[in-house]
Ligand binder design. Structure first.
Ligand SMILES: NC(=O)c1ccc[n+]([C@@H]2O[C@H](COP(=O)([O-])OP(=O)(O)OC[C@H]3O[C@@H](n4cnc5c(N)ncnc54)[C@H](OP(=O)(O)O)[C@@H]3O)[C@@H](O)[C@H]2O)c1
Length: 253
């Protein structure tokens, strides 16, 4: 019996990953802080789809919480065939105005815990044939983001790391993919104080469409769901960095 471990499974994109994979008869380990939500979701999915769904409540903003996830997986003898590093959050505001604590916590969740879980769980994944890792980055990964400086920087890190690991691990039995969604329906915008931005007012993609694309292309190094997002990323490739970073700042106003 093998499991896919999903971080940030209590809401948004992570919850949709859980629902979609359970419907495909995949056993799951759900990670997030809100244990009540995970327990309800696990009961629903195991009942509906006859799969095993484990709940692992942990705060990935702490080193202890992150360590708890990998040590519980090891102690329980759970074999993984997939890891979806999805937990993350952003916040809108100037670097000097957002609290240092919140921004360091963002780095811890979006970057440090992702690195730690990936490093610790790769040996486990390598025991399964066809194992995969999906790291949830963002279209924010492709340029700097004034007024969301740390968030954009964390996603650039996730994209760069994932591309490198895609190459390093492709002959070692683990496919690594960076998923780069644009504005998506979830709790993210409210948490990031972004609901009134030009970016979110221009429309969002359903999380179901994002997840469908991510799973179908899980062996591809970079996955950008949605034509609008793809065009934005590609046009950015041919524009001066001055333009792309100012455009990102404008979209967040
Ligand atoms: N929605 C978008 O527009 C968008 C666009 C591009 C990329 N993304 C990325 O997509 C990923 C998923 O976000 P979403 O849109 O689905 O947002 P969401 O609905 O707010 O879900 C975020 C998930 O991350 C978990 N999480 C946050 N802090 C955590 C912590 N300290 N410890 C453990 N889990 C934590 C939350 O669970 P708890 O609160 O229960 O802990 C929740 O399950 C993120 O990495 C985000 O950066 C989102």
């Amino acid at each position: 019996m093998t499991y896919v471990l999903i971080t940030g499974a209590s809401a948004g994109i992570g919850e949709v990953f859980a629902r979609t994979l359970a419907a495909q008869k995949q056993n799951l380990i759900l990670v997030a802080r809100r244990e009540d939500r995970l327990v309800t979701l696990a009961a629903e999915l195991s009942e509906q789809h006859d799969v095993k769904v484990e709940v692992l409540a942990a705060d990935l903003a702490t080193a202890d919480g992150t360590e708890k996830v990998s040590s519980t997986v090891a102690a329980s003898g759970w074999k993984l065939n997939g890891l979806i590093n999805n937990a993350g959050f952003g916040d809108r505001g100037a670097f000097t105005e957002l609290s240092l604590e919140r921004q360091l916590s963002m780095i811890q969740v979006n970057v440090t815990s992702l690195v730690s879980l990936t490093w610790r769980l790769i040996p486990n994944l390598q025991e399964s044939t066809g194992a995969f890792i999906i790291n949830v980055a963002s279209t924010a990964a492709f340029q700097a983001g004034p007024k969301m400086a740390i968030y954009y920087a964390t996603k650039a890190f996730v994209l760069s790391l994932s591309e490198a690991l895609h190459e390093e691990l492709k002959d070692a039995g683990v496919a690594v993919s960076a998923l780069c969604p644009g504005a998506t329906e979830s709790e993210f915008a409210a948490e990031a104080h972004m609901t009134d931005t030009r970016l979110f007012k221009a429309g969002t993609m359903p999380a179901e469409a994002v997840v469908r694309k991510a799973l179908a292309r899980r062996r591809t190094a970079i996955v950008i769901p949605g034509l609008r997002n793809l065009l934005m990323v590609w046009s950015g490739k041919f524009s001066p960095r001055l333009i792309t970073r100012r455009l990102a700042g404008w979209l967040q106003a």
